[in-house]
Design a protein around this ligand. Sequence first.
Ligand SMILES: Cc1ncc(C[n+]2csc(CCOP(=O)(O)OP(=O)(O)O)c2C)c(N)n1
Ligand SMILES: [Mg+2]
Length: 365
Amino acid sequence: MPRTSIKIKTKVDYLSILDGSGKVDEKLDPKLDSDRSIYLYRLMLVARRLDERCINLQRQGRIGTYGPCRGQEAAHCASTIVMDKDDWVVHTFREPGSFYHRGWPLERIIQYWGGYEEGCCPPEGSHDLPIAVPIASQCPHAMGIAWAMKIRGDNHAVLCYCGDGGTSEGDFHESMNFAGVYNLPIIFLIQNNQWAISVPRKMQTASETIAQKALAYGFDGLQLDGNDPLSVYVGTKEAVDKAKKGGGPTLIEAVTYRLSVHTTADDPTKYRSDDEVKKWEKLDPIPRYQKYLVGRKILNKKLIDEIEADVQKEVAAAVERYEAMRDVSPLDCFDYMYKTLPPELLRQREEFAECLQREGVGKGH
Ligand SMILES: Cc1ncc(C[n+]2csc(CCOP(=O)(O)OP(=O)(O)O)c2C)c(N)n1
Ligand SMILES: [Mg+2]
């Protein structure tokens, strides 16, 4: 037999509806009604304002490290709103808008970053997993939930967030493989924000797109403009509808940008240029969506100001509630692992207690 070639699917679609210059593809525009459009706009604003407050809280020493989502609000807010309450959403740590939409009290998100275990606790009856910081470790869990759905014959789907850096982890590939083999109702949504701390996208993978990785696992990949809430909404909805009809998984690559620091412990000026950030600031999803909604006469100046004031009030109230719950000792961190502390930890606890007392922090008991 001569050498022949095997025909394989080699194409992924790219979706952009509201482009960076504000032009809309009328045919693809989902034309969300006024309530839903305003809801999405407000949700993105909640994520932005919460982000800003958390950075301030960290700088004032009132929470620990914080990982902001600035610039990525469309990628996570416009996808999470597609999911029904009974669907499952599995997060990383850069989706505060999704947590809020899924019913997590804002102060609980702040608690997480403040180091309080309560911040890991999903609201009663929710179908969410808590924040996952170990990169891509959430993917096998999400895949397992989707497998359970399939076995039980539930008509639901799982949305699993992951970062571009996460796509280099074994957990991600094992989950993709399993999801493909068992045709599971799962959507892997990669927030490709161009960086994994200081590792740029081009050093993460030699693939032209992240979306195409789905093809090797036997299902569809879609790349879309992750700073365009309309593209994110339409792309995710298509994938979820398909999953619920038994059409299997989809890998969505939402192309976006982390406009802020990786976390408050990071200094991005060490590894990326101001020009790059400025270029992406012009594509900021919030002003882009605001302009579009003004064009559709869904928003006007008065309403924009009202939403802004309302969101700021809500975030400020959450910070107050968080502060009111802070009256616990940092020494608690020693309390839950061992019944009797080993000598070295006991020594550390005593030293820490002395330090707290000296500095007048917490109760220092
Ligand atoms: C398993 C694991 N290895 C390393 C880290 C340290 N770490 C934290 S965030 C991060 C980069 C993640 O990049 P990406 O997946 O692109 O997500 P992003 O932070 O950009 O949202 C790394 C390596 C970790 N949290 N977990
Ligand atoms: Mg990244």
